[in-house]
Design a protein around this ligand. Structure first.
Ligand code: OSB
Ligand code: MG
Length: 368
């Protein structure tokens, strides 16, 4: 197949409730969508980048220009036999993986449609349903956090992840654990601590957490390797794993025992699948992370999560937790057992609501 043209769109989508991490609060998303055209078919990708370069170095604006000026032109008009060629075609671009991953995602959707199969089948997914957890943003009070935990436990989610930061950590988790001693619970620090905080982090061991996600610097593996042996709790790396090579290094150094795979952070399905395979071969669990995606990104996450290495519940939750109305139909729904069935339709298996996207669009650009 040859990609004839790409259409870039930026949409604005307000969150139903603000989401706060240790690096800031998000009220409204600015999302870049990529629509790829080939032989009468169209494929969709969603860029998973944040509005500000606070999670990683990329932002909505940088992704727009990288796709428009570099990643887009590099894949146009070239005979592509498999979407796995996309990382190779864009290899001259250093970093900027979320931008490149969005383009790759659109081509995977296209190829699945061209073959007339659901994306999970093309990727090699084996799981019939995926297991879902939720990520709960920071709250100023324990009471507010407790109310959120209560709601999501009642909804059936299989794992509750709590964002933490200095001052909102040990005592808050103690309060939550008192009310919910037996639920599967984890914490995510988004790099809010340093090795100087090891005594504090050790105190989290008493709460029987499934994992502590990214306690130290966003670009660190070495200090995490110094921290892991001092903790009983498993460390999960998110921010600092950008490739299968990073996963190998982290596991060789025993810097973590679990890996969070985010499609954009690792540059797309091709690399995500490699990380998943590398970890699966070593019995290291991976799970699918989230970046407050709208429906297209959420659908890609669902397909990825059917791969056999995704052994722990992911941050793949219902559309309604984030959006009054999603950009796909039907919206993503989670069963009372905390699962999502793999889609049965061709490609993403959800209908992209182009009318809704049109209404939300703040800018469009065609790359030919
Ligand atoms: O670290 O997992 C993270 C959201 C934005 C940036 C980073 C993270 C998150 C989340 C939300 O935890 C996960 C979701 O999309 O539900
Ligand atoms: Mg995280």
């Amino acid at each position: 197949m040859k990609i004839d043209r790409l259409e870039l769109r930026e949409i604005r989508l307000p969150l139903v409730t603000p989401f706060e991490t240790s690096f800031g609060r998000t009220f409204e998303r600015r999302i870049v969508l990529v629509k790829a055209f080939s032989e009468g078919l169209t494929g969709w990708g969603e860029c998973t980048v944040g509005e500000k370069p606070f999670y990683n170095h990329e932002d909505t604006e940088s992704c727009w220009s990288i796709i428009r000026d570099f990643a887009g032109p590099m894949i146009l008009g070239i005979e592509i036999e498999s979407p796995e060629q996309i990382p190779h075609l864009t290899r001259q671009i250093r970093g900027n993986k979320m931008a490149r991953g969005a383009v790759e995602a659109a081509v995977w959707d296209l190829e699945a449609q061209r073959q007339g199969v659901p994306l999970w089948k093309l990727l090699g997914g084996t799981q019939e349903t995926i297991n879902c957890g939720v990520s709960l943003g920071l709250e100023d009070t324990d009471a507010a956090m407790l109310a959120k935990v209560e709601k999501e436990v009642a909804a059936g989610y299989q794992r509750i992840k709590i964002k933490i930061k200095p001052g909102r950590d040990v005592e808050m988790i103690r309060t939550l654990r008192k009310e919910y001693p037996n639920i599967v619970m984890s914490v995510d620090a988004n790099s809010a601590y340093t090795l100087a905080d090891v005594d504090l982090l050790k105190q989290l061991d008493e709460f029987n957490l499934l994992m502590i996600e990214q306690p130290l610097s966003y670009d660190d593996i070495i200090d995490h390797a110094a921290l892991q042996p001092q903790l009983k709790t498993d460390i999960c790396l998110d921010e600092s794993i950008l490739s299968v090579d990073d996963a190998r290094k982290a596991l060789q150094l025993a810097a973590c025992r679990i890996i969070n795979v985010k499609l954009g952070r690792v540059s797309g399905h091709t690399e995500a699948r490699k990380i998943q395979q590398y970890c699966f071969d070593r019995k290291v669990p991976v799970w699918c992370g989230g970046m407050l995606e709208a429906g297209i990104g959420r659908a890609h996450n669902i397909h990825m999560s059917t791969l056999p290495g995704f052994m722990l519940p992911g941050d793949v939750s219902a559309s309604k937790r984030y959006w009054a109305e999603d950009i796909i139909t039907p919206p993503v729904e989670v069963s009372p057992r905390g699962t999502i069935p793999r889609p049965t339709g061709v490609g993403l298996g959800y209908e992209v609501n182009e009318k809704r996207i049109e209404v939300l669009t703040t800018r469009t650009e065609v790359i030919k």
